[in-house]
Design a protein around this ligand. Structure first.
Ligand SMILES: Cc1cc2nc3c(=O)[nH]c(=O)nc-3n(C[C@H](O)[C@H](O)[C@H](O)COP(=O)(O)O)c2cc1C
Length: 188
């Protein structure tokens, strides 16, 4: 059992966060949730309040006394899902000005997995430069770009193609989505 932080921002696509938390819980892991103020509004707007059911605890985004604000915590890794361009910029600049951004900064400094799932289109050069910065600092950028070749039958199955990548890069063993090999070999 590992302990992960899930950061949720005001970008669209909160269903990615819900299903990431759902699978982490299902596979026996603990999730500490941090939601930005715009993130709360978008979560509600996108009808994803079920997210809270899959999390062990929820930290206030302004609470720097939370465990995940410290490098001494037992956090195994963090995913920022979905990540707004605003939060991406703050992580890239190392501002640590709210708990979500601080927890991401801690993961980078402690060399723990940090998965960032940006959601915007199109990207401007500032967004692209910020993705470059966080990648050079050790984060893995996984755009919310679902794959279609395993023929998903529902929105949830489509979302899970991205969630599978998030879990993989957090180091969580799973087989949510059929491998490309199965698709090419005609098994699917
Ligand atoms: C319905 C809705 C959808 C949004 N979608 C996005 C998005 O996909 N990407 C993005 O960068 N910002 C998006 N925004 C704007 C962010 O919420 C806004 O930039 C906010 O300041 C981000 O703050 P945060 O990074 O602290 O969560 C959206 C706002 C609303 C109301």
């Amino acid at each position: 059992m590992s302990h992960f932080v899930l950061g949720v921002t005001g970008a669209s696509g909160s269903i990615y966060a819900t299903r990431t938390a759902m699978y982490l819980q299902r596979f026996g892991h603990e999730v500490t949730l941090i939601v930005t103020h715009p993130g709360k509004q978008v979560l509600e707007y996108e009808d994803q309040s079920a997210l809270f059911d899959y999390c062990k605890d929820v930290c206030n985004v302004d609470d720097f006394f939370a465990e995940c604000a410290s490098g001494s915590s037992d956090i195994a890794g963090m995913a920022v899902v979905p990540c707004s361009m605003g939060t991406l910029g703050r992580i890239a600049a190392g501002t640590s000005d709210n708990l979500l951004v601080r927890a991401a900064d801690v993961c980078l400094k402690e060399r723990r997995p940090l998965v960032i799932v940006p959601r915007e289109m199109p990207y401007n050069l500032i967004h692209i430069e910020n993705m470059k910065h966080v990648t050079l600092a050790g984060a893995v950028v996984i755009p919310a770009s679902p794959q279609f070749y395993c023929k998903p039958q529902s929105v949830e199955e489509l979302v899970d193609t991205v969630v599978a990548k998030i879990l993989k890069h957090l180091g969580v063993e799973q087989s949510l989505v059929a491998s490309v090999a199965k698709v090419w070999s005609g098994e699917l």
